[in-house]
Structure formats: C-alpha cells, structure tokens
Ligand binder design. Structure first.
Ligand code: ZN
Ligand code: ZN
Length: 491
C-alpha cells in the first residue's frame, strides 16, 4: 500500500451527478421495445449499453438536475413485458412474506440506522484511519448476530461481517464505505453508505432465518474510497472471491426520489516529485536547479494537453512544495495529479500523454523526477439484470425516477464491478444549490433527516433486489450470464 499523503483523499467519489454523456433519445418504453422479439437477456444487454457508446455531441448534461427530470422517461431501462410483471406480482406466499420481512426489519431498524449514520458523521476519519467507524460498525453488526473479522486481510480498518444460514445457497456481497475528507468531514455522505450496508445485511439475515433460505451474507467495511482504493486492495486479496454479486449505493445532489444507474469514470492518480538544487536566488541563481520551474512547466504542459483532450476526459491536481522561500531557488516540488476517462482503455492512452508532460518538464529544467502511480479506479459497470431489477422496484414501489446519465466522478467499486455482478445506484439527497459532494454544504446535507429517509428507501430497494435475485433461480442465472466483462482480481 502506498503511504497516504495529505491530499490523498481526493481521488474518488461523486462530485455531483454530472452526466458525462447524454444518451440520444432511446424510447425504451416504446411498445416495440418489449415486443421486439429480444430475449430477456438481450433486453438487459440493451439496457446495459453504457451511454458513452452513444453519440457524444452533447457531452455534458447533468445527471439529476431538476430541469432534466421530465426527460427521464426517455432514458429508462425497458420494462419487462406484461406476462413477466404478472408473474412477478403472483409470487408465492413465501416470496411476499419475505418482502414483508425486509420491510418490517427495516421499519424497526430505522432509528438505530439513523443513529449509526450520525455517529459516523460526527467522527470523520480519512483514508485508512477509519478506526472509530470500524469499531462502531463491527460492534453494531456483532449485536445483530454477525461474525466479525476486524482488520480484514491485513488492512487495519477493513472488516468483514458474515452470516450463513443452512448449507450452500447464494452468497450476497454488500459494501459499507466509511472514509471522510480532510477538513470538510463526511462531505461525500459515506456515513449514509455505511448505515445502508448494515441495514441491507441485517434485513437479509432476517429473511434467510425466517423463511429458511440457505445462503450467506458478506458485508465488507471498505476503507479509503476517496483515495487509496481500499476495495481494490481487498479485491486483490480475495475479499470478493465467492460472492455471487455485490451491492452498495452512493448519495449525491439532485431532486428527491431520483436515482441514476449510469457509469462513472476511470481515474489514474499520479504523485510526482521534482528534485533540483537550492541556491541564492539573487546572488547565484545559475548555481541552482529550480524544481518549482519544473512543476510550473509540467502544469503548463498539462494545460496545453487539455485542449486536445475529449470533453469526456478530466485533468486536475495541485502543486505543493516544502520550505519554499522567495529568495532561494526551490529544490523540491510535488504534484498530485488525476486524469479521468470514460473507460480504462481510454484512461491508459491519456495517462501516457500525462507522463510525457511530467518527463518533459524534468528534461527542460534539469531536475530529476520520480513518478508514482496509484492503483487505477476502473469505470463502473452496473450489472444489467441487477440494475433492471432494482429499477423496477424503486420505481414501482417507491415512485422514484431512474436515469442512466452516469457521473464524471469515480469509485474503486468500479474495479469490483468488472470482477463480479455488481450494482451501485447513485441517489439524491436534498442539499443547497451548488452544494454537491465534496463541499461543506454536502457535509451538512449528509446528516439531515431527509438524507436518512432517502437512504432508507434505497436500502430497502437494494435489499429487495437481493431478495428477488436469490429467490428466482432463472433471474440469478441470467444475472451471472449478463456480466459484460471479466477481469482478474489482480488487475
Ligand atoms: Zn463518495
Ligand atoms: Zn467523494
């Protein structure tokens, strides 16, 4: 694991639901869609086509803006045909009873989960320092009958809460994020994510026990989403091995009762250090090698590169120095830089051009340069069967609007979503205008009653999605078969 720097909390997450791409109108509710002769899996595949593959002539819509709300209906995933819906509504008594169990348990848990969320919110901890969160969340899960492994797989603040019922059955994975941002606390709402993961796991435990359904629930406490890639480390160490699917959610700004099931960007983070030689800036500047100049040249190179980047790419970062004074040629400078692109492949191409910018600045100034790269975050690939199932539940039972705009932000859950069927809905909580993720306003928003209420609806939606998947073997198989891409957990 690379040591975390002061600014290492800025890699991931959701700086608002800014859509990178706008799908050109796809009338997915058009009756011709459902009667097109496509198999169910083909229809899921159709939903799965990320918006980035569509025309990019209007690249920068906003995922959950109020103005866009009326356009959601043209962006929705396809409804199932009537026969399927009738079949769903005629589920057996056990199925309906299991749904009631989920809802009853979450009704009872609501105040406890709110308290848990506020407790985490009141104790913000940055990447790999989430000890209070780890201890609080594992104590909570232990009280609710889960077996706990703390400091999971060699990561001090990672943890696992596990429950098994009977022999065999499906293995449900869930993630609880915990980390906050330096100085501005839980400005990304991970306190809500942490509580939601616990709620989903406890509700599903009750279902397995009450209705005698064999299966296993694995809730992972995942550190360092904002920088450091805790889930990527856990993935490489086998934490996701054996899970059949994995669920989590993430809050952002937008109109209440709205959800986005689009993708996120892949991101590469660079830590660059220039080393030069100090000298008297007035008496003998020619004796010096100016590391600050190298950083400025690199910044200029990156700024020039930006005009050749696609509008769907992002490039941003900061420059820092140690013991700089104006009358001494600076002998050191550090750059922390991040680039994002819609896919990992595009990111790789962009990253090479960025490396060249850093190298060129070293050559021009005579400085030495050291370039370190953090583990890249992959783009998010929501499993189409999980996404469609969740979408139906959240719309039909809770009246939410669903879009697939995606976000220009990034998450280490992207890597998880390339490895196994996964779902990561973005949902809206109320916040002030321009008070989206990574602002103090969002820190405030993440502790409100209405944020908790929105979180609980998504928690119910995800628990009911898992329930439907474990109860319906054909849907389960379809989910497994509909993975868009498989990568090794080593990548
Ligand atoms: Zn976040
Ligand atoms: Zn964030």
């Amino acid at each position: 694991m690379r040591p975390q720097t002061e600014n290492s909390h800025s890699a991931g997450c959701f700086v608002g639901f800014k859509a990178l791409f706008r799908r050109k109108s796809q009338a997915t509710r058009d009756p011709s869609t459902v009667s097109s002769g496509l198999s169910q899996s083909q229809q899921h595949e159709k939903f799965s086509v990320p918006s980035r593959y569509c025309d990019l002539d209007v690249p920068c819509g906003w995922g959950l803006s109020a103005e866009d709300q009326t356009s959601y209906d043209t962006l929705l995933p396809p409804y199932r045909d009537n026969e399927e819906m009738i079949a769903y509504k005629q589920l057996g008594e056990t199925d309906c009873a299991a749904q009631r169990t989920v809802n009853n348990v979450l009704d009872r848990l609501d105040p406890e989960l709110n308290q848990l969320s506020l407790d985490i919110h009141d104790h913000p901890e940055i990447a790999f320092q989430e000890k209070y969160a780890r201890d609080t969340l594992t104590a909570f899960m232990h009280r609710h009958g889960f077996d706990i492994t703390s400091g999971y797989l060699g990561l001090e603040t990672a943890w696992k809460a596990e429950f098994s019922y009977g022999n065999g059955g499906k293995v449900i994975g869930i993630n609880s994020e915990m980390d906050a941002l330096k100085r501005i606390g839980h400005a990304c709402g991970h306190n809500l994510i942490a509580a939601s993961g616990c709620g989903i796991a406890i509700a599903l435990k009750a279902v397995l026990e009450t209705h005698h359904i064999p299966g296993k629930i694995i809730l992972l406490g995942t550190p360092a989403e904002e920088g450091g890639g805790g889930k990527i480390i856990l993935l490489q160490r086998g934490a996701y091995h054996g899970m059949d699917f994995c669920l989590m959610s993430h809050p952002g700004p937008g109109p209440l009762h709205s959800v986005d099931l689009g993708s996120t960007t892949a991101v590469q983070t660079f830590e660059v250090e220039y080393l030069g030689k100090g000298a008297h800036a007035g008496a003998a500047p020619w004796d010096g090698v100016n590391a600050l100049d190298a950083a400025f040249l690199a910044y200029s190179n990156l700024s020039v590169l930006r005009q050749q980047m696609k509008p769907t790419h992002r490039s941003h970062g900061i420059v820092e120095g140690r013991d700089w004074v104006s009358n001494v040629i600076p002998d050191n400078a550090r750059i922390r830089w991040q680039v994002r692109a819609p896919t990992y492949e595009e990111l790789n191409a962009l990253a090479q051009r960025v490396r060249n910018c850093f190298q060129a600045a070293a050559l021009a100034t005579g400085c030495t340069v050291k370039i370190e790269e953090e583990r890249p975050y992959h783009d998010l690939r929501n499993n189409p069967v999980l996404a469609t199932t969740f979408s139906e539940i959240i719309r039909e039972q809770y009246g939410h609007t669903v879009s697939t705009h995606g976000s220009a932000a990034s998450t280490d859950f992207g890597n998880v979503s390339h490895y196994l069927p996964a779902l990561h809905p973005l949902y809206a909580i109320p916040t002030e205008p321009n008070g989206g993720n990574h602002t103090p306003a969002f820190t405030k928003a993440s502790a409100t009653k209405s944020a908790h209420a929105a979180n609980m609806i998504i928690t119910r939606g995800l628990a009911l999605t898992a329930l439907r998947i474990i109860q319906d073997d054909s849907l389960f198989e379809e989910m497994k078969a509909s993975r868009l891409i498989c990568i090794s957990s080593d990548s």
